[in-house]
Design a protein around this ligand. Structure first.
Ligand code: GLA
Length: 416
């Protein structure tokens, strides 16, 4: 008995003074728009007035989100990334937004978003500086969490530049606790796994998912096929670690959707949207919404595909077939049947080949679609209905190079 008591009191001393995240937020993957992969750290408003990081840019993007139909399909937040700060804190230690580029201040900007039914995301870094060299939160975490709450920030992205790898887990946990303590609802987005990866350290995903609503697993996306493909490869290789920790309120974040930037083809754009959706990943676009061509807008606003991303079951899909050129992913989605414990499914067939299209034949029961009464099958990109298919039936698709075919197989009735 004495030993038990002793161990318990030791635990009380050693337990970090942080609490688990239980904010009830991000029950479906966040959707919105973020500046980084399009506008990076452009701060020269004199020469680049339309693309510099400023309140005007975020307000313009908010207008486009609302007026061009993005908000109607679910994109409901505007995220400020790096380079929004003054180089120095105020005399009392508070963060100050750049006085010229954000002359109205962040509170005014968050009010602006809220008036339009949007949310505001803000960026900071756990280290001594942000990745672009602005003041970091190290030593000021409580004060910064309170400042973000006072400013009405709804979503907080916490980066990890300029910090020892050893301190990363503790810092992210502490900030989680400070945010909770403010009592203000803020989605908490971490880069904890990425900074462990960068430093060759193992990631305890179960732990990360207890403190963060979403977390960046891998390097930054950029608007190139190589970048998108390298992220897909990383997630494929690590899916057994990532799938079990995914669920409502806790998401892996493969980084921004770069669809709408012209360096990605329409086929590659459908691939990014489809695979991000089959993973239940955040759909946070980074593009210039003022210049998105109609073909990309249609891809970004495909409600059938977005519904797979936002499916309330919140499952991360699994890569179930993998040949040199073809990958097939399967995700359990609603509607489900409680009596038979069968679910509906979304399926993505991805052709990695850079030049040749692939004719792919998939027998439904070979990828786990076994409901004996069959499924209503619909191609989600074209909208074409393929009718009822039984587990023994074959789904045939012509998949373009670096492109996908995506379909939903909706449960017809219970399997008796
Ligand atoms: C890191 C992050 C990016 C972006 C930049 C800003 O690289 O991973 O998403 O926020 O910092 O400097």
């Amino acid at each position: 008995m004495l030993t038990v008591l002793f161990t318990l009191s030791l635990l009380a001393v050693w337990l970090p003074h942080v609490s688990l995240l239980d904010n009830g937020l991000a029950k479906t993957p966040p959707m919105g728009w973020m500046s980084w992969a399009q506008f990076y750290c452009e701060i020269d408003c004199l020469h680049h007035p339309y693309s510099c990081i400023s309140e005007d840019l975020y307000m313009e993007m908010a207008t486009r989100l609302v007026e061009d139909g993005y908000k109607d399909v679910g994109y409901n937040s505007i995220h400020i990334d790096d380079c929004w700060l003054e180089m120095n804190r105020s005399a009392d230690g508070k963060l100050v937004a750049d006085r010229v580029r954000f002359q109205s201040g962040i509170l005014a900007l968050s009010n602006y978003m809220h008036e339009r039914g949007l949310k505001l995301g803000l960026y900071e870094d756990y280290g001594t500086k942000t990745c672009a060299g602005y003041p970091g939160s190290y030593g000021y975490m409580e004060m910064d969490a309170n400042t973000f709450a006072e400013w009405g920030v709804d979503y907080f992205k916490f980066d990890g530049c300029y910090m020892d790898a050893e301190k990363i887990p503790q810092g992210y946990k502490e900030m989680s606790a400070w945010i909770n303590k403010t009592g203000h609802s803020m989605v908490y987005s971490c880069e904890w796994p990425l900074y462990l990866l960068v430093n060759n350290k193992t990631v305890d995903y179960a732990e990360v998912s207890n403190y963060c609503n979403l977390w960046r697993n891998y390097y930054d996306v950029s608007a190139s096929w190589n970048s998108i493909h390298s992220i897909i490869n990383f997630f494929d290789l690590n899916q057994d670690k990532l799938i079990p920790v995914t669920g409502p309120g806790r998401w892996n974040d493969p980084d921004m959707i770069v669809v709408g930037q012209n360096s990605i083809t329409p086929d590659q754009s459908r691939t990014q949207m489809s695979i991000w959706s089959i993973w239940s990943a955040p759909l946070i676009m980074s593009n210039d919404l003022r210049l998105v061509a109609p073909v990309y807008k249609e891809i970004l606003q495909n409600r059938r595909v977005i519904a797979i991303d936002q499916d309330p079951l919140g499952k991360m899909g699994r890569l179930v077939v993998n040949t040199t050129n073809v990958a097939v992913y399967v995700k359990s989605v609603t509607p489900t049947d409680e009596n038979s414990s069968q679910s509906s499914f979304a399926v993505v067939i991805f052709n990695r080949h850079l030049k040749s299209s692939a004719k792919v034949t998939v027998r439904l029961n070979e990828i786990g679609l076994t409901n004996s009464a069959g499924y209503f099958v619909q191609d989600l990109w074209s909208g074409e209905k393929r009718g009822i298919m039984l587990p023994d039936d074959q789904y045939i698709a012509d998949v373009p190079p670096t492109g996908v075919n995506m379909f939903k197989a909706t449960l017809t009735q219970a399997d008796f």
